[in-house]
Ligand binder design. Structure first.
Ligand SMILES: [Zn+2]
Ligand SMILES: [Zn+2]
Length: 390
């Protein structure tokens, strides 16, 4: 049997693993049931297994027949705080929690890849490290914690690879690009202090709602007036909270937002700009504003040679016409941390199928993907590792 046939022969197992994870989703750093299944499965494959890495992460090590390089393959295991609205036999049984990003598929694909690769141990010169990380969705995620706990050493990881299912790409298409592929994702909070009072007598108050509104609008001038327009940046205020009733001027307001950039150096300049605008806008209206800023996942950068390598493997797996160059995404992805420590690449595996009604966006309560593409993901993992370690 060649690899493709071998992977296809495990399709039922692959689908049932995915559906089981889908039915029992768990939030970041709480993937206990999922991690237990991963741990047992990897042990059954004869791998050395470490569990409890970064709380709920699992690492399986496949040692080849001879020594050599170590290739890391990564999957994320966490779900989202979303109530599933799909009517499928494998619908989430955990209230308010849903695999709405495809991480159930990522975990299933990497498990089956571990099984296939373990059967080819005799052909492997070096090691494959299977990393199942907790909490990708919420920064600070599981990747950085696993790295702090030593996942890139013993044995030292030479190259790292990962994939993400993509419902914005037709099923079976593989998308990748060299260089920056996903954005740095940072967070901020602005607390505005005014002076509460009667809604009918604004002159006796300092209105934090008006201040907050001015700040929201002014923050956009960072994008339009302060940054060279050739550099992409997004500033989104995702939460405004102030007041409880219609006729009272509240005491305070709170804004929460995210900043996305493709360049670490540009990202470093943003906190000063947000703070300056918030503070001085509030002062102009007799209020005060305090800003907190947190840097999140860095930009994900695919190294040149390894990107070319993944493209060559992808052409072998899905054919030349089904490998495309994807645009950069302003989304964040904590695989970026692994790729800061080792050369490697991250790619999209298209999973959208309009005819099957599987075209809802990630993080939607109706998200579901074309399970037929999972065999491609397994084959990619297996061939990426084998090609480098043969
Ligand atoms: Zn997601
Ligand atoms: Zn995701």
């Amino acid at each position: 049997m060649d690899i493709k046939e071998e992977v296809l022969s495990l399709k039922d197992e692959l689908v049932s693993l995915r559906r089981d994870f889908h039915k029992h989703p768990e939030l970041g750093f709480n993937e206990k049931r999922t991690a237990g299944i991963v741990e047992n499965y990897l042990k059954d494959c004869g791998l050395e297994v470490k569990s409890g890495v970064a709380k709920t992460g699992v690492v399986g090590l496949l040692k080849g027949k001879e020594g050599g390089q170590t290739v890391l393959l990564r999957a994320d295991m966490d779900a989202l705080p979303i109530e599933e609205l799909n009517n499928v036999p494998y619908k989430s049984v955990n209230k308010g929690i849903m695999h709405a990003c495809g991480h159930d598929g990522h975990t299933a694909m990497l498990l089956v890849a571990a099984k296939v690769l373990s059967r080819h141990r005799d052909e492997i010169k070096g090691n494959v490290k299977f990393v199942f990380q907790p909490s990708e969705e919420k920064d600070p995620g599981g990747a950085i914690k696993m790295i702090e706990e030593g996942v890139m050493e013993n044995p030292h990881v030479d190259k790292a690879f990962g994939l993400h299912l993509g419902n914005m790409i037709p099923a079976g298409i593989i998308g990748i690009k060299e260089g920056v592929m996903t954005a740095e994702a940072d967070r901020f909070k602005i607390e505005i202090k005014g002076k509460g009072g009667h809604g009918a007598y604004p002159h006796t108050s300092v209105d934090p709602v008006v201040i907050a509104s001015q700040i929201v609008m002014s923050l956009q001038t960072i994008v339009s007036r302060e940054i060279n327009p050739i550099n992409p940046i997004v500033i989104t205020v995702g939460k405004i909270h102030s007041g409880d009733v219609f006729n009272v001027i509240p005491e305070s307001a709170e804004l929460l937002g995210t900043v996305r950039t493709l360049d670490k150096n540009l990202a470093k300049t943003i906190p000063e700009k947000i703070e300056r605008i918030a503070k001085n806008t509030a002062a102009a209206f007799r209020g005060e504003a305090k800003t907190e800023y947190a840097f999140g996942y860095p930009p994900l950068i695919n190294s040149k040679e390894e990107t070319q390598y993944v493209i060559s493997v992808a052409r072998n797996v899905v054919g030349e016409k089904r490998v495309v160059k994807t645009p950069v995404s302003m989304g964040g992805e904590d695989m970026a941390y692994f790729l800061e420590k080792a050369k490697g690449a991250f790619f999209w595996l298209g999973s959208m199928n309009k005819e099957k009604g599987l075209d809802k966006p990630h993080h939607s309560a109706y998200f579901d993907f074309d399970e037929d593409v999972m065999s491609i993901g397994v084959e990619m993992h297996v061939k990426i590792a084998l090609g480098l370690l043969k």
